[in-house]
Design a protein around this ligand. Structure first.
Ligand SMILES: [Mg+2]
Length: 197
């Protein structure tokens, strides 16, 4: 099966980095995509300026341990799948985004084992749909609602939204709570409505 897994907000904790950069409380979670309750447009621009100026910013991302564990477990136990990390990330100083991401995955013990894995870095989340279509990716997970909406229009594709505080403003599509659920649904080990409440 060909699978797409988003990185930021799913495996990597970008919010944690924004807290550090913008000096926000340690338990702060944004209620929307733009951190609009604590940052104005200029404030958000400054955060991304710091990201771009930071040497190998993406190589040093903190993680969501639970989801990394489920991904590792999937790759260890399964074989013959293709996992594409389709990620929209800003270019920073230092190594290329793809190389930083590769080193980060390696450092976090994400290995393909008997599967195949590849990183596809894009500069805009709106490009994810065409990549997923071109690669005939059958199932995807992302924390960005509009990406799920766009990918849900592809025939022969299932797109799952990972529930996060910043994507609860709308019903973007099928919502899941962790990557264990995602892989169970992806492989058809649970019926499509199994996790629905
Ligand atoms: Mg994301």
């Amino acid at each position: 099966m060909r699978i797409s897994v988003d990185i930021d907000g799913v495996l990597a904790n970008f919010v944690h980095k924004v807290r550090e950069i913008a000096d926000l409380p340690g338990d702060y979670e944004p209620p929307d995509w733009d951190f609009s309750d604590v940052l104005d447009k200029d404030g958000l621009k400054k955060v991304f300026a710091v990201v771009r100026e930071t040497h190998n910013f993406w190589r040093n991302m903190p993680v969501y341990q639970e989801n990394l564990y489920f991904l590792r477990d999937f790759l260890c136990r399964e074989n013959g799948h293709e996992v594409y990390f389709v990620t929209s990330r800003a270019i920073t100083k230092g190594l290329s985004v793809s190389k930083q991401t590769e080193e980060w995955l390696y450092h976090n013990r994400i290995r393909p084992y008997l599967n195949f894995q590849s990183i596809i870095a894009v500069d805009n989340a709106a490009k994810k749909r065409e990549i997923i279509e071109a690669l005939n990716i059958e199932v995807s997970v992302d924390d960005y609602g509009p990406t799920i909406e766009q990918c849900s229009t592809l025939p022969n594709h299932r797109a799952y939204l990972l529930d996060r505080p910043w994507n609860r403003d709308k019903d973007y599509g099928t919502r899941i709570y962790n990557l264990e659920q995602f892989f169970n649904l992806a492989l058809g080990r649970k019926p499509a409505d199994y996790y629905m409440v």
